[in-house]
Write a protein that binds this ligand. Structure first.
Ligand SMILES: O=P(O)(O)OC[C@H]1O[C@H](OP(=O)(O)OP(=O)(O)O)[C@H](O)[C@@H]1O
Ligand SMILES: O=c1cc[nH]c(=O)[nH]1
Ligand SMILES: [Mg+2]
Length: 211
């Protein structure tokens, strides 16, 4: 597993406001969007491109364009939905798949309630979006879904990760896949309820309200 922690004062500043319990949904959503844009820059560093010849007003030159097949962006509902627009702003031609997953707060098992992914992901670059990597159960299940469909190039974009969850992801997929994880911060630990500490609380609730 390759881990990239965004080390940038703007990321740290925005994350601090995001963590603050006084930050209400409208500002929270805006900050998630801005943070994803900053993380997406790093997450797409290895996006596949191909040579592309163009004519400028002065001469012809060979640049690059995104290669086919187009990347697939997969927000993990609910909370990952808050990251979709920021990601597709940088990758406007990407396709979008959806995974709806909810952690059972008793067993901590990830339960899948929606799955809308292309059948064949062979050769596709896949970007999984989820703000929180806590125990790692949700991300491991999501990686399994895309790997079952043939994906071998997977990047997870998260805002916060717990060290415990990163170890779980490494142990579960490390042998099978060189997954790339891009995060704004690796926090201290999980608490007794498997919430990230210091964290930001329940990302889905803070984005969309308690349901
Ligand atoms: O690493 P894990 O221990 O699996 O936990 C992380 C998951 O928990 C949160 O989702 P949640 O289950 O709260 O669903 P929601 O997005 O609908 O709020 C979060 O967005 C992750 O998907
Ligand atoms: O801290 C956490 C852990 C799981 N899910 C969240 O939204 N927050
Ligand atoms: Mg939630």
């Amino acid at each position: 597993m390759r881990l990239h922690v965004a080390d940038h004062p703007l990321v740290a500043h925005k994350l601090t406001v995001l963590r603050d319990e006084r930050t209400a949904s409208p500002t929270f959503r805006l900050l998630v969007d801005e943070l994803v844009t900053l993380l997406a820059y790093e997450a797409t560093r290895d996006v596949r491109v191909e040579p592309h010849e163009i004519t400028t007003p002065v001469t012809t030159t060979t640049g690059v364009r995104l290669a086919e097949p187009r990347p697939l962006v997969v927000p993990i509902l609910r909370a990952g939905l808050g990251m979709l627009e920021g990601m597709t702003r940088l990758l406007p031609t990407a396709e979008v798949g959806f995974l709806g997953m909810q952690r059972d707060e008793q067993t901590l098992e990830a339960i899948t309630y929606a799955n809308r992914l292309p059948d064949d992901l062979t050769g596709r670059q896949v970007f999984l979006l989820d703000p929180m990597l806590a125990t790692g159960g949700t991300l491991v299940a999501a990686i399994d879904y895309v790997m079952e469909r043939g994906a071998r190039d997977v990047t997870a974009v998260c805002l916060l990760a717990a060290p415990e969850g990163l170890r779980v992801v490494q142990d579960a997929v490390g042998e099978r896949l060189d997954v790339h994880v891009v995060v704004a911060s690796v926090d201290e630990r999980l608490n007794e309820n498997a919430y990230i500490v210091p964290g930001l609380g329940d990302a889905g609730d803070r984005l969309y309200g308690v349901v």
